[in-house]
Design a protein around this ligand. Structure first.
Ligand code: HEM
Length: 100
């Protein structure tokens, strides 16, 4: 993400650390972990939170590419990998808010 010419300018903060933490905490919560994300940020309402950003097909593809690389680094079992990837592709498609 940090070096992506399309996505990097979308992230408002100089430091990507807090954005990374929000994503990590959200995913932890989504998969049944601690509710730290909502304790800090309230209800996720992710589509609404992405409205300020232009999420078109190109942004969607770029975001998913980085997630694909990240998932590949995890060495998950086939079942876990398939479950996680299905969720991420579904969620990414639902975040698109701008036509091509
Ligand atoms: C489809 C392409 C996507 C793009 C281009 C995108 C881009 C962004 C941007 C620019 C932000 C603001 C950075 C920040 O947190 O300050 C953000 C926030 C966030 N995104 Fe995405 N995103 C995408 C998909 C997703 C998906 C699929 C998920 C969940 C599975 C997700 C989860 C989040 C979360 C949890 C935040 C922080 C929300 C908050 O608490 O303010 N994003 N995203």
């Amino acid at each position: 993400m940090a070096e992506d010419p399309l996505l990097r300018p979308m992230y408002p903060e100089e430091d990507l650390g807090p954005a990374e933490e929000r994503l990590v905490l959200f995913l932890m919560q989504y998969w049944g972990g601690p509710t730290t994300y909502s304790d800090n940020r309230g209800h996720p309402r992710l589509r609404m939170r992405h409205v300020p950003f232009k999420v078109d097909r190109a942004a969607h593809d770029a975001w998913l590419k980085h997630m694909r690389d990240a998932v590949d680094e995890l060495g998950l079992s086939e079942e876990h990998e398939a479950t996680l990837w299905k969720y991420l592709t579904y969620a990414a498609a639902s975040m698109i808010n701008s036509p091509d």
